[in-house]
Design a protein around this ligand. Structure first.
Ligand code: RTP
Ligand code: MG
Length: 140
């Protein structure tokens, strides 16, 4: 069993897609181990995405992630990290609609910035991201 972190981004929360996205992961066989809604401060979003601090889109990404509430969730399942990445689809929602039309980013995202969902991309990122968002007591 493996755990991963997803964050339903402000665009998908605003669209009313929280329930549909969580249900998709339940239907795919994952177990929800932790769940909460909150709004990132600028400092928190900068720190969460610190790996991207030198990238040209960092400022835009932080602005987007602080633009409204998000829903974070710890999912557990076999090979959860790679399977969840597969289900969310490619970073760019427009590309996702071509190559993975049933992926979450194809269904709920707009483009390569506003792409509906984040998911940990490796065991290293999951072990940074899960305790960044959830305390031990909040994980069932
Ligand atoms: P994430 O970390 O959110 O799960 O997305 P990812 O691994 O598929 O993509 P990553 O390269 O880690 O980029 C993080 C987020 O930054 C925004 N982005 N904007 N405008 C752009 O060129 C651009 N590229 C990336 C997206 O919101 C992306 O999910
Ligand atoms: Mg990433």
């Amino acid at each position: 069993m493996e755990r991963t972190l997803i964050i339903i981004k402000p665009d998908a929360v605003e669209k009313g897609a929280i329930g549909k996205i969580l249900d998709r992961f339940i239907q795919e066989g994952f177990t929800i181990k932790a769940l909460k809604m909150f709004r990132f401060t600028k400092e928190q979003a900068q720190k969460f995405y610190i790996v991207h601090k030198e990238r040209p889109f960092y400022g835009e990404l932080v602005e987007f992630m602080t633009s409204g509430p998000v829903v974070a969730c710890v999912l557990e399942g076999q090979n959860a990290i790679s399977r969840v990445r597969e289900i969310i689809g490619p970073t760019d929602s427009e590309e996702a609609r071509k190559v993975a039309p049933n992926s979450i980013r194809a269904l709920f995202g707009t483009d390569k910035g506003k792409n509906a969902i984040h998911a940990s991309d490796s065991p290293e990122s999951a072990s940074y991201e899960i305790p960044f968002i959830f305390s031990e007591l909040e994980i069932c």
